[in-house]
Design a protein around this ligand. Structure first.
Ligand SMILES: [Zn+2]
Length: 119
């Protein structure tokens, strides 16, 4: 059971990115709906957990979208699919490049640690 925590500033807040072995991931997230998860974001705790065995740039980009959209407080809004699509299209048009740049930086920093944890 191994894990390594990385600290980043995101949207002005301190976030913890936690890279975990499969055993550590399962122990942190025992609930059945997380059994097949490869990564999880808890916006209120400002934490993102990643399975080291499935750590990819895709997962960093994906979880950072969850982290970023948490700041929009949309979960209470019951937006339609079209509205969500418009918000996401606008976000990617305006901030997609910087989102990708941030994600790639995080991925580069964590990837070698993920490999060591698995290998
Ligand atoms: Zn997701």
């Amino acid at each position: 059971m191994r894990q390594k925590t990385f600290h980043i500033k995101f949207m002005g807040d301190d976030w913890k990115l936690i890279l975990q072995s499969d055993a550590a991931f399962s122990r942190s997230h025992p609930e059945p709906e997380s059994a097949d998860a490869t990564a999880l974001t808890d916006f209120s705790a400002k934490k993102i957990w990643f399975r080291a065995s499935e750590f990819t740039l895709y997962h960093v980009i994906h979880e950072l979208i969850h982290a970023r959209f948490g700041y929009n407080c949309l979960d209470e809004a019951s937006l339609s699919h079209d509205q969500m699509e418009e918000i996401f299209a606008k976000y990617m048009g305006e901030h997609g490049e910087s989102h990708l740049k941030t994600s790639k930086g995080i991925f580069r920093k964590m990837a070698s640690h993920a490999e060591k944890m698995v290998g």
